[in-house]
Design a protein around this ligand. Structure first.
Ligand SMILES: Cc1cc2nc3c(=O)[nH]c(=O)nc-3n(C[C@H](O)[C@H](O)[C@H](O)COP(=O)(O)OP(=O)(O)OC[C@H]3O[C@@H](n4cnc5c(N)ncnc54)[C@H](O)[C@@H]3O)c2cc1C
Length: 465
């Protein structure tokens, strides 16, 4: 019998015991979704508590389809939405173009009509919201513990389950997951400097304070395009931030991210362009020390996310690396969670092995196209011909300004297994209509860029609205 807890309708318990490794955005969502579908869930997280590191990320409509199913989380969600514009600027501070996220300009019925979806969410606020929801549902989260050998954590606790979900991020390997996605992590040659800070860090009367005032009328997700660089400013009434992808000069360093003073990073911007709007540089300098300079590491897309016995499945960044320019890393992690939970629900306790494999099959091609989108978007932003765009504004929808309705107007729960039960040969329906899938790797993309060849990704199938 279905029950209701904290307003969430939970399907009848199905006897499936799920152990989620990693309380990141994907792992937490997997816990919520599997619980909602009637599974018993435990989460194991290596950190002592939710990390406050991080700034902003994007979760599009396809990652927001089930927010409405968690009524109190739904209301928490709406307390931290920034209904921002997306602006494109020259480094010297001229506005080229401004729009709302594509899904806000879409005239059709969206897949998450009850949710106000922004291009801008604080990562820490989103994860806090998920943890609070898990606690209200009494889903145990074991902090400061680590998935050790198979079912025993490093502190000696034993967990046994029907299914283990490895949602432990891109940098991790999970014992027992020695297949598919556990392919080598590589340096991409780029790093990303990023930070969020309170508006009070920018002194009144400074050059930067002029920029900050732009958020008084509406929050802004503002991209400045330079030469082999792009700089994003996050401007909201209470939180500010920036992020810029730059060549990684120290590819030998072992650490994933160094905390830096912004003044030590500003040379990347100055080298890429000599005529920055002084207010922009003042804004970057105003950030408190502690800008995270993340290495952008990469794992080539692997087709297999499950162990051969189907009882282990990777999810989120552990299954598929993304560059931030894809605008899709968190969204795809959440889609994974929704899709897997629905497959488990349809398959039941005796169908766990089939459910994970079907889920993997359903997801791979869609995710792999969006992984490639991160490369193509970065290339478009870093090599933009500003003069040509200024002369013809129809060319302004470069990079993540075009994601295509196929990517965000997709409901991962709605038709999960339908086309597997109709007896027809399997065909992806969650990719751009008319797209002919082409496998690729970091090496093949780097070679293409070196050869100066243009990607045909956004002309392969329909990417419009
Ligand atoms: C602290 C933090 C801050 C971030 N900030 C941003 C940001 O500002 N902008 C942005 O675009 N993206 C950010 N990201 C990345 C973004 O959250 C992910 O790309 C995306 O949401 C997919 O999430 P995920 O759950 O797959 O991975 P992640 O969010 O990386 O979560 C993985 C989780 O697994 C835990 N873990 C790792 N190994 C083990 C183990 N052996 N046992 C148990 N637990 C383990 C990690 O501590 C982490 O909590 C951040 C990630 C983290 C962890």
């Amino acid at each position: 019998m279905a029950t209701i807890v904290d307003g969430v309708k939970r399907l009848q318990e199905n006897g499936i015991k799920v152990i989620v490794i990693g309380a990141g955005v994907a792992g937490l969502q997997a816990a919520l979704e599997c619980w909602r579908k009637g599974c018993n869930v435990v989460v194991i997280e290596k950190d002592e508590k939710l990390s406050s590191i991080g700034d902003f990320f994007t979760i599009g409509p396809s990652g927001s389809t089930t927010v409405k199913d968690f009524p109190s989380m739904h209301s928490d969600y709406h307390k931290c939405v920034y209904d921002c514009s997306m602006d494109l600027y020259t480094p010297s501070g001229t506005e080229i173009f401004s729009m709302s996220p594509e899904w806000k300009e879409y005239s059709g019925k969206g897949v998450a009509p009850d949710v106000d979806i922004s291009f801008l969410k604080r990562r820490s606020e989103y994860a806090r919201m998920q943890v609070d929801q898990a606690e209200r549902l009494h889903i145990p989260i074991h902090w400061a513990d680590k998935f050790g050998v198979e079912v025993t954590t490093a502190s000696g606790k034993k967990f046994d389950g029907d299914l283990y979900i490895g949602a432990s991020g891109i940098g991790s390997t999970v014992p027992g997951f020695d297949f598919g996605s556990q392919v080598a992590v590589q340096d991409s040659g780029y790093a990303i400097a990023r930070v969020a800070f309170p508006r009070t860090a920018v002194p009144e009367g400074s050059l930067a304070s002029e920029l900050v005032r732009a958020a008084d009328s509406r929050p802004r997700f503002r991209t400045y395009i330079g030469n082999n660089i792009h700089l994003i400013l996050y401007l909201t009434p209470n939180w500010l931030g920036f992020a810029f992808t730059h060549p990684d000069l120290n590819s030998a360093k072992e650490s994933w991210g160094d905390l830096k003073d912004p003044s030590t990073l500003i040379h990347f911007l100055e080298e890429a362009n000599a005529s920055w709007d002084p207010a922009v540089l003042d804004f970057v300098r105003a950030a408190p020390s502690g800008v995270v300079d993340w290495k952008l590491r990469w794992r080539d897309g692997a087709e297999q996310w499950t162990s051969s016995n189907g009882r282990l499945v990777l999810m989120g960044d552990a299954a598929h690396a993304f560059f931030p320019t894809s605008g899709n890393d968190a969204t795809q992690g959440i889609e994974d969670a929704v899709s897997l939970a629905e497959c488990l629900s349809i398959g039941g306790k005796d169908g766990v092995v089939q459910a994970t494999k079907v889920h993997n099959k359903l997801r791979f091609e869609r995710v792999n196209i969006l992984q490639l989108l991160g490369f193509v978007n970065r290339e478009e932003l870093h090599n933009a011909d500003v003069e040509a765009i200024m002369a013809d504004k129809t060319k302004a929808k470069i990079g993540y300004f075009t994601l295509g309705s196929w990517s965000w107007n997709h409901d991962p729960e709605a038709k999960c297994l339908a086309h597997l039960t109709d007896g027809k040969p399997f065909q992806y329906t969650n990719v751009p209509p008319g797209h002919a899938y082409q496998p690729w790797t970091l090496e093949s993309e780097n070679k293409r860029l070196k050869d100066g060849a243009k990607s045909d990704l956004k002309s392969n199938g329909y990417w419009g609205m």
